[in-house]
Design a protein around this ligand. Structure first.
Ligand code: T5A
Length: 210
């Protein structure tokens, strides 16, 4: 039996990590086996590539090269972490996945959609998300949260982009959700944490008949 695969998407500081962890905890409290993971990263090889991507050293190589690096990380992550867990009947909750590439590299980076979708097909195989939460917050709010959380550390490669860039991201995520309404649920991430968590839980209960 295949397990279930849920992804969290959205802009910086929208609450993905917070709500991925909250959902994982709630499922575990029901005795469900859960693997909580993230992208870029989630496996030994992918964590190495994460460092290259988020440090910004690959930025001068261009958006296509960054796209290929995200795909390389995803390939290792899917093979090493996601597929084994799904095959074992576990639930996988992933903080960012294919939609981040579609939006950051595809829409914002203007990378040819044929490259994006071709790499997607090759890297994920049968690991298609059953359900994707898109946490929606205005860019200013998300960036302020991300800044408050990182303290004196410097902003990473993507967080350092302009507010205008992040507003475009938000719009691109909403457009993506409209195109795939069966898989994607947009959740207002401005609401208090417990309200957002409850909205997510209700959707999971309904989708997987818990
Ligand atoms: N990327 C990634 C690509 O370009 N292409 C790809 O294919 C992939 C996979 C990853 C970067 O890589 C890019 C996108 C990203 O820029 P990352 O360090 O993993 O970088 O950063 P993010 O995924 O953006 O994660 P963040 O940590 O910035 O944001 P989250 O996870 O959305 O936010 P979270 O949960 O950490 O919350 C931030 C703060 O807000 C608070 C939390 O407590 C925390 O302090 N918070 C709330 N506060 C008030 N009300 C609420 N409802 C709140 N929810 C959370």
């Amino acid at each position: 039996m295949r397990g279930h695969f849920i992804t969290f998407e959205g802009g910086e500081g929208s609450g993905k990590s917070t709500h991925a962890a909250t959902l994982a905890q709630r499922l575990k409290s029901l005795g469900i086996e859960v693997v909580l993971t993230r992208e870029p990263g989630g496996s030994t090889g992918a964590e190495i590539i994460r460092h290259i991507l988020l440090s910004g050293i690959a930025k001068p190589l261009g958006a296509e090269t960054e796209t290929i690096l995200f795909a390389a990380a995803r390939h290792d992550h899917v093979l090493s972490t996601i597929l084994p867990a799904l095959k074992a009947g576990q639930w996988v909750i992933c903080d960012r996945f294919i939609d981040s590439t579609r939006v950051y590299q595809g829409v914002l980076g203007k990378v040819d959609p044929r490259l994006i979708l071709g790499l997607e097909r090759v890297t994920i195989g049968p690991a298609r998300p059953d359900l994707t939460f898109i946490l929606d917050v205005p860019a200013q709010i998300g960036l302020a949260r991300a800044k408050a959380r990182r303290g004196k550390d410097v902003a990473d490669r993507f967080e350092a982009e302009s507010v205008e860039y992040h507003e475009k991201l938000r719009h691109a995520y909403r457009t993506l959700a409209e195109k795939e309404p069966k898989r994607c649920i947009v959740v207002d991430g401005r609401a208090p944490r417990d309200v957002v968590a409850e909205r997510i839980w209700e959707a999971v209960e309904k989708k997987f008949k818990l």
